[in-house]
Design a protein. Structure first.
Length: 473
């Protein structure tokens, strides 16, 4: 694979950060006043309560009501829970200063139209679901998961998922949710580690699909990634979402990577084949819901271990063999079983939630798939950036998925539903072409030339409204 540069995720992908700003829980002070002495005598005189006594009485009532509210859950508890800490933590920090959770952040590119209502415009109320995050230790042991982290707006660079972990994460497994989202960058902050780990998902997708032969659904992200170097200077994003039954893959359902393989101080820089053909290193998943991590049987990073040079996916490196007729079996570590439904609330609340989830599931199953949604969406992306190429998106051997695209640098228009490329009308004398004035494909031909143009050459564009243009400078 000559001509492919090694994505320099090291050391440029490491972003310095400090574990700081943590607050300790508020201290609860007990205010207990000594009893008021009663007058000594045959008759105790009744005094009129003063302002201080009245205030103290009302304060006591308020405190009593608040205490009941905290107990029964309708009054928020003001005390902060102390962060979980790693016992016997030593590298320069005290245990109370280091919380046991790993923070994963996603940069979202263009997440496309609404999954249930394609008529809603993108970039406004479409949004996307962050993938489930599963973390595994270096030996493939599961150390923590975060299910359904939440909604991520298009273009967001602050879409966090905190994962309670028991140990240091090495393998990251992302599992998509119902609304596919195009993710440009993932950063991982591990407690006690001095630098962030950054990985540009979309920038790895095109070169890996050329090596592996598969199609990784990517699109331009239009982000200025905070990386010193990447596969190239043009940011891309990768579509991740859960698949329906019997659905042709139009986006990956997940992605797995091993962070140690991309750190300069832990692993050497290798050829692209090593990264794109070895499942434990980097793996774009297409099963319905990725729930197992594929790990090394023999770790190439161990001291004294000879690193694999090929053929890649060799059983001794990526798999363990079993004496069965079925042949080789990948070394996998499954996720623990989880309960999707919550356990809180009475039976009526649970039943309403169950019915709601069922309705949403039926709507999702019957809703158009991603390509159909985008084809129905009245938008077209336009870019003045030299690296945004309509010809690259329209390559039918590539896995690009997204809206139709105008490249001013190339003076070309890519109609994505059919991957058809049109030149600007001022670049040709005759034929179907993109008219920037009309904001659609038109025919530029004489009467005789019109006879040679078929209806299939002119797409029935639904994005003829200039108000729906999204222009990148």
């Amino acid at each position: 694979m000559s001509g492919l540069s090694v994505p320099s995720t090291v050391p440029g992908l490491s972003i310095p950060f400090n574990v700081s700003g943590l607050t300790t829980p508020g201290t609860a002070w007990l205010n207990a006043d000594p009893p008021t002495p009663q007058p000594t005598g045959d008759v105790a005189l009744r005094t009129v309560p003063g302002m201080l006594e009245t205030f103290n009485a009302w304060t006591s009532v308020f405190t009593f009501v608040k205490t009941l509210g905290v107990i029964f859950g309708w009054w928020p508890d003001g005390q902060k829970e102390k962060p979980k800490t790693r016992p016997n933590y030593t590298p320069g920090e005290t245990p109370d200063d280091v919380p046991i959770y790993t923070k994963v952040n996603f940069w979202i590119g263009n997440d496309g139209p609404h999954p249930l209502d394609p008529t809603k415009p993108p970039m406004i109320n479409a949004g996307g679901d962050a993938p489930d995050v599963h973390l595994f230790g270096d030996g493939g042991n599961h150390i923590g998961s975060r299910y359904q982290p939440g909604f991520c707006p298009s273009g967001s660079i602050h879409c966090y998922a905190g994962v309670d972990t028991e140990g240091y994460a090495s393998y990251v497994l992302l599992s998509g949710n119902r609304n596919p989202t195009c993710i440009a960058l993932m950063t991982v902050e591990i407690p006690g580690v001095e630098r962030k780990f950054g990985f540009a998902l979309g920038n790895w997708a095109p070169p890996c699909e050329k090596i592996s032969g598969g199609k990784n659904p990517w699109y331009y992200a239009n982000h200025d990634l905070p990386l010193k170097s990447a596969v190239n200077d043009v940011s891309k994003c990768l579509w991740i979402g859960s698949r329906k039954d019997n659905q042709k893959p139009q986006y990956v359902s997940g992605m797995q990577l091993r962070m140690r393989e991309f750190r300069s101080n832990e692993a050497p820089i290798r050829k692209m084949d090593y990264y794109c053909r070895n499942y434990p290193v980097l793996n774009f998943r297409i099963e319905k819901y990725p729930h197992v991590v594929q790990k090394w049987a023999i770790d190439p990073l161990l001291a004294g271990t000879k690193a694999p040079t090929g053929p890649f996916l060799d059983p001794q490196w990526a798999t363990e063999t079993e004496d069965t007729e079925d042949g080789e079996t990948l070394v996998t570590e499954p996720l623990p079983s989880v309960t999707v439904m919550g356990t809180f609330g009475d039976a009526a609340v649970k039943e309403r939630n169950r019915n709601r989830y069922a309705r949403l599931a039926r709507r999702w199953i019957s809703a158009p798939d991603l390509v159909e949604q985008i084809a129905m969406d009245p938008s077209v992306y336009k870019s003045h950036q030299p690296g945004h190429l309509a010809s690259e998106l329209c390559d039918r051997n590539a896995g690009a998925v997204g809206h139709s695209f105008v490249s001013y640098a190339e003076k070309m228009f890519c109609y994505m539903p059919t991957k058809t490329l049109y030149k600007f009308c001022d670049e040709i004398d005759e034929g179907a072409c993109w008219s920037e004035d009309d904001n659609k494909v038109i025919v530029k031909a004489s009467d005789a030339g019109m006879m040679a143009i078929s209806a299939a050459d002119i797409p029935d564009l639904r994005h003829a409204h200039s108000s729906m243009n999204i222009v990148w400078k």
